[in-house]
Design a protein around this ligand. Sequence first.
Ligand SMILES: Cc1cc2nc3c(=O)[nH]c(=O)nc-3n(C[C@H](O)[C@H](O)[C@H](O)COP(=O)(O)OP(=O)(O)OC[C@H]3O[C@@H](n4cnc5c(N)ncnc54)[C@H](O)[C@@H]3O)c2cc1C
Length: 452
Amino acid sequence: MTAGAQAGLMELRRSLAGEVLAPTDDGYEQARLCFNLLIDRRPAAIARCASASDVATALAFAQAEGLEVAVRGGGHNPAGHCAVDGGLVIDLTRLRGVEVDANAGIAHSEAGATWLDFDAATQAHGLVTPGGVVGSTGVAGLTLGGGIGHLTAQYGLTCDNLVGAELVTPGGEIVHASVKENPELLWGLRGGGGNFGVAMRLDFGLHPLERVVGGLLEYSGAGVREALRTLRDVDRGARRDLSCEAQLKLDESLVPILQVVPCYTGSAADPDELRALRSAPGLVNDLVHSQTFLDQQRVFDPGYGVDRNYWKGHFVRELPDELIDELLDRMVGLGRPPGAILIESLRGGPKDVDPATAALGYRYAAFNVSVMASWLDPALDEEHIAWARETAAAIEPWSVSGGYANYMQADEPLERVRAAFGEESFDRLRALKARYDPNNILHRNQNIPPPA
Ligand SMILES: Cc1cc2nc3c(=O)[nH]c(=O)nc-3n(C[C@H](O)[C@H](O)[C@H](O)COP(=O)(O)OP(=O)(O)OC[C@H]3O[C@@H](n4cnc5c(N)ncnc54)[C@H](O)[C@@H]3O)c2cc1C
């Protein structure tokens, strides 16, 4: 940073209600860390904003000093978009309040709230919005890319439940989005990512829910192929009150395992779908039982910043036997744990919603299939990245609607981002970009460039 920029940084420290962390400050090393250790970036400064006015000041500072901007919510984006070498991070982690208006059935979530913050606040009223499955993930980052989780079949994608937002644009303007005010912006925020401004507040519709039948079913060895087929068949015919996710993995002795994570919210004591899943071959662990929704949200609970990750996947229109065989072969071909292939169902809720209400274009897919390479040793980077890329390429013949923006690495070409929306929606998003961020200041994301 130049001497002028250093002086500017001192000015920034003075003008923010929040704090600014520079490389020599205590806490900087922890604050620059992403969930994904493959990303190792050193920002010039991290502005821990305490208000919309702080965010506007930080955005203006970055533009005046010619610094690249990164926006950090929960820090989970696998592409590491929340960190930038030599640039300014707008860090929202101080802004984690969630206010619930139980009578109106609306939750107002601050810019940097996580799902743990959100679920704790809404569950205190016995209410819920379908969010992510890991508590430390950012509410805003996940919602703006779509949002798939334990309640997708019941209540749709997270962004389908987004009813309002307040943003600070790179120009320092405060804009609101709802069905009444700037409805085109609300449409764009439902899938279009952090392209249009920093969301200071997101408003969500809520649903009553306290307990679920959920947890984990684990299958091992020769039965895994049949168990995955059973999951596919059960999912195809299931009712709206059952969401399902599954992960293919290898255990320490390189035997394939399948973990199925159902979330049932109906009233049947012994629902047919769960009975069918329990009678599939290879079941070695049955941890499915009645529990609170908060406990369901802890079924997946990875540590933060502990491993290296490279994810790549496709939405698929179906999960035929040939694709199941391919996934299993590829999983075994990895040759060592960890690493997984995640299969998320998009049945039910996402298809009930009028597609014209959201920018994203993948709600018609049957499943999101994501290859998730994760490892510890940097010497294995090339090998694991190659496995993820080759496995994703093997899934491609069944793909529809591009890939899931929330799981994309930074090396995805623009065409894949465009395909996740479709031509017409992508053009509308570019027009929104021209309106709210014409200079593409917010480009460290799955970027929607303004029209040339
Ligand atoms: C362990 C793990 C579990 C996950 N689970 C799920 C899941 O269950 N379902 C699912 O759909 N996805 C899931 N994801 C993916 C996740 O939704 C995306 O990676 C999302 O971008 C993470 O948001 P974040 O705020 O945590 O990340 P960050 O890296 O902090 O932010 C990512 C990007 O989001 C944008 N952003 C964040 N906050 C704001 C804001 N307030 N205003 C404007 N833009 C903002 C910015 O462009 C930012 O660069 C998971 C990821 C991980 C690593």
